[in-house]
Design a protein around this ligand. Structure first.
Ligand code: ADP
Ligand code: MG
Length: 327
């Protein structure tokens, strides 16, 4: 294992995209600011996805005011398990995953027992903006708890792994599977302590991993190898990611998805400023891929062609796929 600076330096030859370039040439260039509110609010994203027929975890209810908090009991009365999250949260902060009930109390995914009052208090914190970007007043979203596909059992610790795909103008550039660890409390966000594992775009087979900006090959809690696993429904994830472009009209996004054991691939959220660690997980830079898509779009423009979701997925798989973790 070596540190972040060494890891980054080793990637420079592979066209690593740094934060300044990401902001100037991709986020600012391709993402119209006026469209941000849609992706910065998970309730708005979900409503738009539902209208567009794109699969998302079912929304059970929204709590907007202190007065609304009393509605919680009614919202969750038919559901043993559910998730509460700040609509404008990020990085997994403020997300409460309730996995079941225990003698009138609630049980989190890590087994912690919470009283109804504690949950109400948590929601009140969400409303005051404790977890929201910029500390503004926020809304709480209550939704279906995703049941992870059994394939993840050996390589994740509690909670739900998610799949992040970076998409440029509807073309998937790079993918990463994020696995919760004991430290990340059931959430798949890297800054909570989850692991990121690169995924081959063509096959959905996992490559090597990164944890706290270092390269790793095994899950720290289960000790099982994280590479060489073929993710089910891979084509479905690629199409969902490519399609998400039409949902928000933002040209450069990170699409976060999950694999539910009954419902298959679902979109969790969209990010207008996706992180750069995906490059460490894939041992590969984003720039050469982004430029290849830009050249391709230029050629298509000259010919007056616009590609479909299937064509875009095929382009990405042909050009960026079939890599191994040893290159
Ligand atoms: N409905 C859900 N069911 C189970 N786990 C969830 C659910 N929503 C979120 N999570 C967990 O929390 C993580 C972060 O959720 P996400 O909606 O992407 O919010 P954030 O913007 O904070 O990253 C996910 O990667 C997943 O591990
Ligand atoms: Mg997320």
């Amino acid at each position: 294992m070596f540190g972040l600076i060494e890891t980054w330096r080793a990637l420079e030859a592979k066209g690593v995209m740094g934060i300044n370039r990401r902001n100037a040439d991709y986020v600012l260039m391709y993402n119209e600011r006026s469209l941000y509110p849609l992706v910065d609010d998970k309730i708005l994203t979900k409503q738009r996805a539902i209208e567009a027929g794109i699969l998302v975890p079912e929304m059970y209810g929204i709590i907007e005011t202190e007065k609304d908090i009393e509605k919680l009991q009614d919202i969750v009365k038919d559901h043993q398990d559910f998730v509460i999250k700040p609509a404008q949260g990020a990085g997994g902060d403020g997300i409460l995953v309730i996995a079941g009930r225990f003698e009138g109390h609630y049980k989190t995914v890590s087994g912690k027992i919470l009283t109804h009052e504690e949950i109400e208090h948590h929601i009140s914190n969400i409303l005051t903006g404790l977890y929201s970007l910029g500390g503004h007043r926020d809304r709480a979203l209550i939704e279906y708890r995703v049941k992870p596909d059994p394939i993840f059992k050996s390589i994740s610790y509690e909670g739900v792994p998610d799949i992040r795909i970076i998409v440029l103008m509807g073309y998937p550039l790079m993918a990463m599977l994020r696995l919760p660890t004991r430290q990340s409390g059931g959430k798949a966000n890297l800054h909570q302590g989850a692991i990121g594992v690169g995924v081959d775009l063509a096959t959905g087979i996992t490559l090597g991993g990164t944890w706290h900006n270092k390269k790793i090959t095994k899950h720290p809690d289960t000790n099982n190898a994280v590479n060489g696993i073929r993710l089910p429904s891979w084509g479905g994830f690629m199409r969902l990611a490519a399609d998400a472009y039409h949902l928000c009209n933002l040209g450069y996004i990170g699409v976060d998805m999950v694999l539910d054991q009954n419902k298959g691939p679902l979109i969790l959220e969209l990010n207008a400023r996706p992180g750069l660690n995906i490059q460490i997980a894939n041992n590969c830079g984003l720039l050469p891929r982004a430029r290849a898509v830009e050249r391709h779009l230029e050629t298509l423009r000259e010919k007056g062609i616009q590609e479909t979701v299937e064509e875009r997925v095929r382009f990405s798989q042909e050009h960026f796929g079939h890599v191994t973790s040893h290159d």
